[in-house]
Every structure is written in C-alpha cells, then in structure tokens.
Design a protein around this ligand. Structure first.
Ligand code: GUN
Length: 297
C-alpha cells in the first residue's frame, strides 16, 4: 500500500506557483488576486477560508477576505458579488458555502461572473467542463485528477465508483473520469444514498472515490483487493480524548481499508490539501486570462 501524499504534492505545486508569481512580477505584471467571502461563523468554513487565504500568502498571491454577518440579506450579498464582478483588481473570487438558510445559494452562484468563478460552480463552467471546453474545474475534483496525474496512476478502462452525487464533488468527478483521454477513459458508476446494494458496486471498483460525508462509512469488506481509494471526507467526530473535543475522520475507515488498497489518501493530508492549491491554480489561470482571455481595458 502506498499513501497518496496530497500534502507533499500540494507543496510541490505551491513551489511551482511561487515561481510563476516571481516571473509575473519580474515582467511588470501584478500578482494574482483572490477574494473570499465568508458569511457567518460556521467553524468548518472559517477553517477552510483561513487556509485559502494563508495559501495565497505562501505563494505570493494577493488575497482579500471579506467577512459578513450571518444576518446579511440576500440583496446585500448579491450587491457584494456584483461589486467583486466589476472590480478590476480582483482576478477571481469565491463565496464560501454553506450560506445561511435565508440566502438562496443557487442565486448567489448564478450571480458570479463565470470569468471570475474560480470555484467552477457556475453552470457556465460546469457545462463547459461536461463538454471538455476550457473552464475552471471545481477545486476538489481538479485536485483529485491532478493527484492521479502526478502519481501516474493508470485510468484507461478502469472501473470507477464514485460515492456521492453533490454538484461540487461527486457529479463533476464522475464526468471528469469518464471523459476521453488521461486521466479519464474510465467506466464510471455514480452511487448515492438511494443506491441499492452499495457493496456490490464498490467491490468492483478499481478506483473508489468516497465523497458521501459519512465518517468511516467505507469499510474493508466494501473494497476490492488492490483498489485505489480516494477519500474526500473531512468529518468532525466527537473525541473527548483530544484537546478540541473532536477529531477529523474521512469517509473511509483508513485502518481497515488501507491494507487492501494499492494506493490510499489519508485524512488529513490527502485530498483536502490538493483542493486548496487547485483553487490557487484556477486563480493564476484567471490572472493570466488562460480560460477567458482578458478584455483590453
Ligand atoms: N464549501 C465546501 N467546499 C467549498 C468550496 O470548494 N468552495 C466554496 N465556495 N464553498 C465550499
């Protein structure tokens, strides 16, 4: 069994980004600039957004964190999105999800200019992804395909089972791995909460992607000998033995499953680390106008 070391790969990619920023600055360009909007006090969201801002600093990007109270109206948030859409100083921005219940997330996502949608959540980017056109790929699936690429894991003709059909992970993952070319050309089964006899599917998987949000749900009996196991879950489970009162657990029972796997991602230090750098890669692409050529001012 070999660990898919997301943390190490993420460091490698950050070093590449640092060099790119240095080149941009040397040629008189400005550093890429990411803005992140954080609404309310959700503890996990605060951790994620802080990590995104810190990662920007590490690679020399500019970052702007905009914090809003959980009571902000939908109208005011839409106005903020519009301001960021118009701001020539901002190359790309994200609105951290989930949002408070009184705000319609779809409405906010639709209001983001696809050219600045470095999360890749806008239907324009999603549609372009599905058709294999240039787009911002959603960060988690992008991080996973990059991990597969950098470990040179074979994908052609492989049986892939994706657990979870969310718009931001499971569904895009299933599309990316079934596309023509590398990494892709897989035969993909998308399983979810209504799937019957889940184990009969997962046991056939050469590559198993768990993105279901249930701690340690994937157990050894569900996994084929030699499978590549990719764990997207970052779940907080109560643990009175730790200082914080909780520990982080993936969707996979790591101790049980790892002896059967050929490759497996740890939690933390696996997919999560790759997700954050993928957002940075998208922001660099935005700054360079690689996906949507910059209009002349
Ligand atoms: N919430 C959980 N993951 C994400 C993400 O990648 N982007 C945003 N904006 N919100 C999230």
């Amino acid at each position: 069994m070999e660990i898919l070391d997301g943390k190490k790969l993420a460091e490698e990619i950050k070093n590449e980004l640092k060099s790119e920023v240095a080149e941009m600055l040397a040629s008189g360009k400005k550093a890429p600039h990411l803005a992140a909007v954080l609404v309310g006090e959700d503890p996990a969201s605060q951790v994620y957004v802080r990590s995104k801002v810190r990662s920007c600093e590490q690679v020399g990007f500019q970052s702007t964190l905009i914090r809003e109270a959980a009571t902000i109206t939908e109208e005011a948030l839409l106005a903020l999105v519009d301001k960021l859409n118009q701001d020539p100083e901002i190359d790309g921005f994200i609105v951290q999800l989930p949002l408070p219940k009184h705000i319609n997330e779809d409405k906010i996502t639709l209001a983001i200019n696809p050219e600045k949608d470095v999360d890749g959540f806008h239907p324009v980017n999603f549609g372009r992804m599905a058709q294999g056109l240039p787009c911002y790929l959603p960060a988690t699936p992008y991080g996973i395909v990059e991990m597969i690429r950098r470990y040179n894991l074979p994908t052609q003709g492989k049986e892939v089972v994706v657990l979870g059909r969310s718009n931001i992970v499971g569904t895009p993952m299933s599309i990316l791995l079934s596309r023509k070319g590398y990494p892709g050309d897989c035969t993909v089964t998308l399983c979810h909460s209504r799937t019957k006899d889940l184990t009969s599917h997962t046991r056939r998987a050469d590559i198993l992607v768990a993105a279901i949000g249930i701690p340690e749900m994937v157990t050894a009996d569900m996994v084929k000998e030699g499978a590549v196991v990719i764990d997207v879950g970052i779940n907080r489970v109560e643990d009175s033995g730790t200082e914080k009162g909780y520990r982080l657990a993936g969707d996979v029972d790591f101790d049980g499953v790892s002896p059967k796997a050929s490759y497996i991602t740890p939690v933390p230090g696996g997919v999560g680390a790759m997700t954050v750098v993928s957002l940075l890669v998208n922001t660099l692409k935005a700054a360079k106008g690689e996906i949507y050529p910059k209009k002349q001012a």
